[in-house]
Design a protein around this ligand. Sequence first.
Ligand code: GLA
Ligand code: GLA
Length: 642
Amino acid sequence: MPDVIAYGGDWNPEQWPEETWEQDVALMREAGVNRVSVGVFSWALLEPAEGVFDFGWFDRVMDLLAASGIAANLATPTASPPPWFGDAYPEALPVDSGGRRLHHGSRQGFCPSSPIYREKALRVTEQVATRYRDHPALALWHVHNEYGCHNARCYCDTSAAAFRAWLRSHYASLEALNDAWGSAFWSQHYGEWAQILPPRDTPSLPNPGQQLDFRRFSSDALVELYVAERDLLRELTPGVPATTNLMAGAHWDMDCWAFAAELDVVSTDHYLIGARAEPHIDLAFAADYARSLNGGRPWLLMEHSTSAVNWQPRNRAKAPGELRRNSLAHLARGADGIMFFQWRASRAGAEKWHSAMLPHAGVNTKVWREVSALGAELAGLSEVAGSRVKADVAILIDHSSVWAQDHPAQPSSELDPVEEAKRWHAALWRAGITCDLAHPEGDLTGYRLVLVPALYLVSDSGAANLEGFVRAGGVTLVGPYSGIVDEHDRVRLGGYPGAWRDLLGVTVEEFFPLDGPIRLASGGSGSAWSEVAHATSAKVLDTYATGEPAWTRNAWGDGAAHYLTTRLDDDALAGVIAAVCAEAEARPPATSPPGVEVVRRSHPDGRSHLFAINHTAEDAVVTSASGASVTVAAGDARVIAG
Ligand code: GLA
Ligand code: GLA
């Protein structure tokens, strides 16, 4: 990562006459832009007919950047195969679960398992890499764009064959697969590998093991595509780092942990969801996830928006100051680069109503003034680059668990594991405590508190990992419907949650989903979910009116394991999370009024910056642990060194 904060966005000069390019670059310099992503959707112009390449125009783009001192995240243009591809190879277009083949004319029109797609993608990648390997503007490879955003799962015959190959490499025998999938149920026993299909549309519910493995296979197929391009780039340009922009926290079809393990640096995109009451807390979740995916090291925000997007039912424009608050929140949570989709707002095409750094209305605009001011501010914050955020708390997140719980036949459809994780994260955000996200099998040493809001599926090693964390003195809080099934989505028998009955000192005999709120003895309430649980060794800290446990605590090893049997409302959840934070001695870096975000980034040598971002309409006083206080005006943000 650079020793300055990278600043800029996707530059798509091919959408404009060449006369505008010089003006673009001059305006970039005026706005403090030092980094752009180029070539992301350029395949059709770089290879206008199959095997015919035209790099002249792109040479001029790259040369212009180099001459202006602007570095390039150079894309491999493989996210959008040109029309000639779909025309010549219709068998390589994606097929949906109903057997409908999709047509070209949008983007990501390819089957991830198609050998033809892979061949053509690697060929254009090789051409781009060979041509620009020594170009002075090249800083980072931007491989593809948002893998799986539109074609995460393909159900065609090619995918079916690849799925069977994946299954054969994961299961020693067909019998092992039949056992894992519980195929005795509904007469689904497979006698030949060739009988196995992707979970295409069926008359009734799909097999849970089959659908889970298909999600895993589909995610792996995308990771493999990334790795194939990356390996080629490594061979041709050793030393130039590579990334692909994830959609961490927003899109759950791709296993971000698996992707992150292959990236030289994690980059991600984040867009505010207008329907959320406090979208900046969702932003914090995504940023914390990106940092965690990069092992705590600085990461790159590849895309966010200067104002409205164009793909929600109502696309709210950002209020004055919101763009700056959003950007500084990403920076606070470990980003070393703040970039946007896109540089210049499109005049035509599917995203012409998406905001950009340079709006349709030009430079005499709120957006342009804020973009330029932010560029200047970030240039003054280069000392932040390279510093890290230290979190004492982690939330466990696993894509397999989310996918398994996505099977439609559940005790209740009202427990959404992603929303639950976000709600617990929001409770920490409101308490001023920055947390990491962690994989259930990841390294938990170094944390004081591990939250498990919704981990329906956990492997044996994941279950043992949490036990080991608590045995060594950690505190955990486990939410309902966690630790329920093994890695094949088979119930762990003998009382729920089978993975952690001993750890929690609790056994659950039956779930009682709710259609309304349920009162607790403490005065709080739960909703959607309740359980008939028995404390075997745990102490009961709160109960339902019936006296049955709602919140328990079990001393275990040198630590303690708390359990909730209901989905607590926000206030009650905040109370329980405050209690476990106090027990684990996890504290915020400063005290601040509600709605004021406070995060610290530190260098190993002790230099640090406290970010204080006021999302409210009132001035706020923030007081650090040392007793120093600063006022942060309504809607303002301050970055305080030391
Ligand atoms: C029907 C079917 C059973 C079972 C139940 C579940 O009655 O005949 O096989 O699926 O529904 O409610
Ligand atoms: C994604 C894509 C961009 C653009 C934006 C719009 O992040 O990567 O190409 O489509 O969404 O919000």
